[in-house]
Structures are given as C-alpha cells and as structure tokens.
Design a protein around this ligand. Structure first.
Ligand SMILES: *Cc1c(COP(=O)(O)O)cnc(C)c1O
Length: 404
C-alpha cells in the first residue's frame, strides 16, 4: 500500500507549477452538491468543478460504472477498439447531428482535433490555401498552442513564441464583422454558442444562423465548441439544439465524463471522410474506463426527467439571485442558459466578482467567476432544491459582506 503522508495547502506553493491560485482550503470529499474540506467544513457547490460534475459528486450510477469497468478493463490503446467506446460513440451519434466520433481526454484536445480536421478537410477538398479560421474576441477554446491561439484572449497566448497563422478574431455576436473578413480562403468559423470563460454570453439567434449561412456560402465548416455549454448545461443536451442551427463539427468535454477526464469531437460522415488511419490520434482517447463512466453520465443527463428539471432549477436560482440583488444591488444583469448562469457586477461593484467568490467560500459556498466582472454558477444539473436554498442563503451573506 502507498503510504499517505499529510499534505496541506502550503505544499501547493512548493510543488505545483504556479499557474493556478487555488482557494485556501483543500476539498477532500463530495456527495451530491455538498463538499467537505480537510477541516470538515462543509460547502454547497454551485461551481460544479467548472461545469464538469453535472450529476454532482460521486453519483451512484457513475461510481458503479467506474467500479465495474475498473475491475474489467482499463486501457488497451487504439491498436484495439473497445466496447465502452463503441457504445458511447453510438449514443452520441443517436442523440445528435453527428455520424462519427473522435475521443480525446480534454476540451483542448477535442478542439485541437476539430481545428485540424477543419483545416485538413479544406485542404483535401478545396485548396491548401483555404486555411483561414475565424474566431471571436473573448472566446476560450483551451490551452494547447493552437487552441489558445484560436481563443480570443491574447494575454493567454502571448509570450509562447510564434502562433499558428491565419487565425482572425472579430467581435462576438457581430455578423457584419464576420462578413468583413470571411472569404473563399476561410476553412472554418469556430464559436461557442454560449461564451463561457469569456463572461457567460449566449450567441443571438441571428448571429448563429448568420454564421451558418456564411459558412455555406463560402464552403467553410461551422465548428461549435460546446465543451462548456454541452451535456445538458443549457437545458438541452447541446446548446445548438435551442437554436436549430447545426454545426459541421462539435466538441464536447467537461461534463461528458461527469468528472472523469474524457472529451469527444463529433462530426458528419462527409467531413470525417477525409480522415484515414494515422492522420490523427491520442494514446488515451476512447479509453474504456473513461467511456464507461461517460456512457453512464450520458444515459442520465439525456433523459427527459433530468433535462426537464434544468429550467425549473434555473428559475429557482434566478429568483433567489434577484431577491438578493433587490437588497444589495451588486449585479447589473443575469444571463446564460439553463444552469450556466452569469451575473454581471453592477457599476458600483465593477470588477469585484473575485471578492464575492472569496466571501462565498468563507460562508461555505463554492462559486465561479468568468473574468473579473461576472460571477458564474455551473451547479449540478440535478442539484436538490434544498441545496439551492441553503447555497443562496450563504450567497446572501457573501453579498452582504461585499457591500459592507
Ligand atoms: C473549458 C473549456 C475548454 C478547454 O477544456 P480543457 O478540458 O480545459 O482543455 C475549451 N472550450 C471551452 C468552451 C471551455 O469552456
């Protein structure tokens, strides 16, 4: 047996690459929408591990799938295929526009595959010069060099050497800006139907439909990054289903495995047809352990009961937030879709979302921010209404503390 030595938060500052600044406490246990730290302090979880633990912590069906697959087969590589991956792929195909699935391990990898596929498709079907990717200010697509360069926050990609070329960024929700840069050398438009990290901003109907039309006109592919907005987060399995605008390629990750690392890029037969063995790959992608857990997560999330419960829960969240705001006036507006909720700070408390997050933790509540000016909530899709009430009582104390 591995001996477990005692570790505290101070160890983080010694042993972990300093790219994060985690909270001062260390969570050690979770159940449903409650989490406990090393001291036994209990928290209500409105953060969901950043839109990942969509069924809460240690959901019995996911634990069962993990346990059963863990005693059966963990990993075989893509030299062999495996049953959980084939089952999960079929279910994703049955539930969406897609005909083909590529599995990977993180959102960035699913996007990396999506962007490479879009470039390759254009090159194979049209011309090697058809390589322009149009993306949006404040977009977030992950942290590999390609995905961070397609992302629309230069502060995340500056300083890492030459960036992949032929990527153009224009304002989100502005169709005219896209019209001004799109041409027949454009291979893809990449967009989050709801910008998550960028501030929880949904695309407008006209914008997404306009992007679809422009892509069709210029023989470019429409790529939806649903890493955050997908897997029920928006109230439908994928956010594109609200808009009735279908992409050519879609990436999903975060909640796909409910906390087990797994991602997928899904696409049509036509787009997939340019690929051949050896063109792309990853050692862990489609790993049986990951796919078994994801299959269990998908079965539950894509059920009428769970999907129907999301809008009810959103209403409970928004009502509670509005009641708090009537007293403390810390927010300007609430936005998002389903259980991806953004609360923009009011003028008086501008850019102080982080302080609210810290105060919430002090009162036993986990929340998120999306940039300095937006509080973000991404709770479990099956959170108990009692947990919403208790969490909101703690949220109110945090708002009271911010107001002083
Ligand atoms: C989180 C996120 C990613 C990156 O996913 P990782 O698993 O961190 O690589 C990409 N796109 C969107 C929209 C995200 O929210």
């Amino acid at each position: 047996m591995t001996e477990k030595t005692a570790v505290g938060r101070d160890a983080f500052d010694r042993v972990i690459l300093p790219v994060y600044s985690p909270a001062k406490f260390i969570p050690v246990k979770g159940k449903g929408s409650r989490v406990w730290d090393q001291q036994g302090t209990e928290y209500v979880d409105f953060a969901g591990g950043i839109a990942v633990t969509a069924l809460g912590h240690c959901h019995p069906a996911l634990v069962k799938a993990l346990h059963e697959q863990g005693e059966t087969l963990w990993h075989v590589s893509n030299v062999f295929t495996n049953e959980p991956a084939l089952r999960l792929a079929q279910k994703l195909i049955d539930a969406t526009f897609a005909d083909r699935v590529f599995f990977a391990n993180s959102g960035a990898e699913a996007n990396e595959a999506a962007f490479k596929l879009a470039r390759y498709y254009a090159s194979a079907k049209h011309s090697p010069y058809k390589s322009k990717i149009i993306a949006f200010h404040n977009a977030f697509h992950g942290r590999t060099l390609f995905t961070v360069s397609v992302g629309g926050q230069p502060k995340y990609s500056d300083g890492f050497g030459p960036k992949p070329a032929d990527i153009v960024h224009v304002p989100f929700n502005c169709l005219d800006a896209v019209k001004a840069v799109i041409d027949d050398h454009t291979c893809a438009i990449v967009v989050e139907p709801i910008q998550g990290e960028g501030g929880v901003t949904p695309a407008t109907q006209e914008f997404l439909q306009g992007l679809r039309d422009l892509c069709d006109e210029h023989k470019a592919l429409l790529v939806f990054d649903e890493v955050q907005s997908g897997m029920g987060r928006s109230g439908k399995l994928f956010s594109y289903m609200h808009y009735g605008v279908t992409p050519d390629i879609l990436s999903t990750a975060k909640a796909l495995g409910g906390g087990f690392p797994v991602s997928a890029m899904i696409t049509t037969e036509e787009v997939a047809s340019v690929m051949a063995p050896g063109k792309h790959g990853t050692t862990y992608g489609g790993n049986p352990l990951a796919c078994a857990v994801a299959e269990a997560a998908l079965d539950i999330i894509n059920s009428p009961e769970v999907l129907a419960g999301i809008e009810e829960r959103r209403t409970a969240f928004i009502q509670a937030l509005e009641a708090i705001n009537e007293k403390y006036h810390v927010f300007k507006e609430f936005r998002g879709q389903g259980l991806l909720i953004g609360a923009e700070m009011s003028e008086k408390y501008k850019n102080r979302a982080g302080e609210l997050l810290t105060a919430a933790a002090e009162f036993g509540l986990m929340i998120l921010v999306a940039g300095p000016n937006v509080v973000r909530l991404a709770p479990s899709l099956v959170i108990d209404f009692a947990d919403i009430s208790e969490g909101m009582a703690r949220f109110e104390k945090a708002a009271q503390k911010l107001v002083g």
